[in-house]
Design a protein around this ligand. Structure first.
Ligand code: ZN
Length: 380
């Protein structure tokens, strides 16, 4: 396996684990393979691909993904329990996430244990994984509600026992970017010799923003899912995180973005969660232009109203003719259909376009426009 990750921000995509954990979402093995292959083909360096402890079937599907021989590093998700890690070893992976609850709320009310017990679990599970030569990310579940000093203590233990990184999880999606930044920065400075990963959820609509804040604060690894699929409101979306890194932060995570729409639609179909047309980055209508001012601006120079080229993610610009359209948009659209606009008729046709789109409550299709032009010229 060659290392695609040197010096880069490393995307660990968990569509096949946290994504599949979305209530009601199940991928077939064939779908898992297609998704893993496409993630690998576009250069995603890590794929979290399942939970072998769930049973024989999941183990077999993880093994089938391992056997694809991808360049991406495959990780599995495990509780901090030796039998979970053994199941991952049996499935043939060489990298694991070992997750344990780290907030007092979880320790008291979910585990019904104490911090001492948590530290022991970590030592035993991590010790076992390292004895077997596994690459280990130690996952701090509910880390965003945990006591910071306790997190630092756990990270110290993890580092001393050979963990490769610590996953800071905002399991409930309750952080904002400023708090995420401050917390990750603190952890980074207190335990500078252990890499950090951020795992953010979208309950308050801030998963991507928090992931970016975590990276800016020094995390080198970031969890994503395609379309932001995941528990409850989902995770940080792969396509958003990558494009934000490129265009908002000037960082290149080395992913070929041109197949993002293809990937998004594949996961949309496999998860039976169709992608909303307005979905950031990959929604089919996020580059639709209707308003006269914007259409004029984009036609003169796309950079006037497009933050990046739609082709960069596999989308096309759509010039939509509707209630807000102006002369430029109309002339452009008629030209693409090879229909001549009779001299002095622009305002009358525009009026008809606006009225028709209000009646239809949608923009005009090519067919609508042909009919309208036939009527218009006939009437004229
Ligand atoms: Zn999660």
């Amino acid at each position: 396996m060659h290392d695609r990750t040197e010096g880069r921000i490393i995307i660990d995509d968990t569509t096949l684990r946290d994504g599949e954990q979305t209530a009601g979402v199940v991928f077939s093995l064939a779908e898992k393979k297609s998704i893993a292959r496409l993630l690998d083909a576009i250069g995603v360096p890590e794929i979290e691909c399942g939970i072998p402890a769930m049973g024989k079937e999941e183990q077999a599907s993880v093994r089938a993904l391992v056997e694809l021989g991808l360049n991406a590093r495959l990780l599995t998700w495990n509780r901090a329990v030796v039998s979970d890690i053994q199941a991952s070893l049996d499935a043939g992976v060489v990298a694991v996430d070992i997750s344990l609850s780290v907030s007092d709320i979880h320790i008291e009310h979910k585990l019904r244990k104490d911090r001492v017990w948590v530290k022991e679990q970590l030592k035993v599970a991590l010790g076992f994984a390292k004895q077997h030569g596994l690459y280990v990310s130690v996952g701090g579940e509910d880390a965003s509600r945990a006591d910071l000093d306790f997190l630092v203590e756990l990270m110290g233990i993890a580092r001393d026992l050979g963990a490769d990184r610590f996953r800071f999880c905002d399991t409930l999606g309750i952080l904002d970017p400023l708090t995420t930044y401050a917390t990750v920065r603190t952890l980074r400075s207190k335990v500078p010799d252990l890499d950090l990963e951020v795992h953010t959820h979208n309950d308050l609509g801030m998963a991507t923003a928090n992931a970016i804040a975590g990276i800016r604060a020094g995390a080198r690894f970031v969890n994503t899912t395609v379309n932001g699929l995941g528990e409850r409101a989902g995770n940080a979306a792969l396509e958003e995180v990558v494009m934000a890194l490129k265009h908002a932060c000037g960082l290149d995570p080395g992913v070929d973005t041109r197949r993002f729409v293809e990937l998004s639609q594949l996961v949309g179909r496999a998860s039976c969660r169709p992608v909303p047309p307005w979905k950031a980055v990959v929604g089919e209508r996020v580059f639709a232009v209707e308003s006269g001012l914007h259409a004029d601006g984009v036609l003169k120079y796309p950079g006037n109203y497009e933050g990046f080229d739609p082709a960069e993610v596999g989308l096309d610009r759509l010039m939509v003719l509707g209630k807000h359209s102006g002369g430029h948009g109309l002339r452009h659209r008629l030209a693409t259909l090879d229909i001549a606009l009779p001299e002095g008729e622009e305002q009358r046709v525009l009026k008809m376009v606006r009225r028709r789109s209000q009646e239809l409550k949608r923009p005009l299709s090519d067919g609508d426009l042909r009919v309208l032009m036939a009527e218009c010229c006939h009437a004229a």
